[in-house]
Design a protein around this ligand. Structure first.
Ligand code: MTE
Length: 329
């Protein structure tokens, strides 16, 4: 009954629910809230809403027909899904994590598709030869587009296989001209207080930021995705572009990026900042390293509903294993 006010675990006392206070002392807020309240949820995959009928609306590129001539891009045969099948587009497009819109995975696409994308730029700052800004045209045409089929594994134990369109992240990193002292790159995503999830959840440490060690970012698997399923990106997948690192949990793949910052020190990131004991900086897919609240040994495919064993580095151990000592968290 909707008129009954329930106490919600994440409801903050008024005196704490101001962004200023949260920025002043996020950790105090977290302690006040209690462990786990800002965490990613463990979803019930089977109970997710079925895709709506209006597939065209659900999958429409957020930039409309701009750059349509760049799609579909030729598919690279360098990356294979092994014995896994591609996830149906409607399924991937209607089961999303994009907290700036809502925590309800089935509702993200509708809220996101209603969002009006403003002209996009990407600022480059920090330890670079010269700070600069890319506009969307420069970003879309920075390198020839290709399609790659990647596995994708969320920390919440669901997985999918999708065709991303874009180019190697190393191309963008090179174009940013980082200085030799730069060891990390941070991706800052869109911060618009009018987005429904930002407006209604001021206790999160907005904006959503993620970061990689520079050698990870330069790894050939790390990808700038400007499209999915053969067309430019729909908003719910992170239009107009996002980063994809398929050997890491999905939250290390930030959506709708507006700035890159190069630093010598390891930067703080959204989930690591919110819950450091649950979400490490590296967050590689490692089946034998349980999340504090659940095992990571198994995963469920959101397309086929199949339950299967989680693979080390999400099946990319041969490619990325040499980046790590095994002690990274
Ligand atoms: N990027 C932003 N800006 N905001 C988010 O909430 N969620 C992350 C990641 N990138 C998130 C984000 C998480 S937890 C996951 S699992 C993936 O996006 C989900 O990507 P998908 O919805 O395209 O499948």
């Amino acid at each position: 009954m909707s008129h009954i006010r329930r106490s919600r675990p994440w409801a903050l006392p008024e005196r704490l629910a101001t962004p200023e206070r949260i920025h002043a002392d996020r950790r105090q807020v977290l302690r006040t809230l209690g462990l786990g309240t800002l965490s990613l949820a463990l979803p019930s995959i089977a109970s997710a809403a079925e895709p709506a009928d209006d597939v065209a609306a659900m999958t429409a590129p957020a930039i409309g027909s701009r750059f349509a001539d760049l799609f579909p891009a030729p598919r690279s045969d360098a990356w294979s899904l092994g014995d896994r099948s591609l996830t149906p587009e409607q399924r991937a497009a209607s089961y999303n994590n994009f907290y700036e819109f809502t925590l309800d995975k089935a509702k993200v696409w509708k809220l996101a598709q209603a969002y009006e994308l403003k002209p996009w730029t990407v600022e480059v700052r920090g330890l670079v030869k010269k700070p600069k800004t890319f506009d969307l045209d420069a970003l879309m045409k920075l390198a020839p587009l290709e399609e790659r089929l990647y596995r994708f594994r969320c920390v919440e134990r669901w997985a999918m296989q999708v065709p991303w369109t874009g180019y190697a992240l190393s191309k963008l990193i090179d174009a940013c001209e980082p200085l030799g002292a730069a060891k990390y790159v941070t991706f800052q995503t869109i911060h618009d207080p009018s987005m429904p999830g930002v407006a209604s959840q001021p206790w999160y440490p907005w904006p959503y930021v993620e970061a990689l060690r520079l050698d990870e970012a330069r790894h050939p698997l790390a990808f700038v995705a400007v499209g999915i399923y053969g067309h430019a990106m729909p908003m719910q997948h992170g239009a107009p572009w996002r980063v994809v690192t398929p050997w890491k949990y999905g939250y290390k793949s930030p959506k709708s990026i507006v700035a890159l910052e190069f630093t010598a020190e390891q930067p703080s990131t959204f989930w690591n900042d919110a819950q450091p004991d649950e979400y490490g900086f590296y967050s590689n897919v490692e089946p034998h390293k349980p999340h504090p609240r659940w095992s990571q040994r198994f995963e469920t495919d959101i397309g086929t509903q199949e339950q299967r064993e989680t693979l080390l580095y999400n099946g990319y151990a041969d490619e990325v294993g040499s980046l790590y000592t095994g002690r990274e968290v």
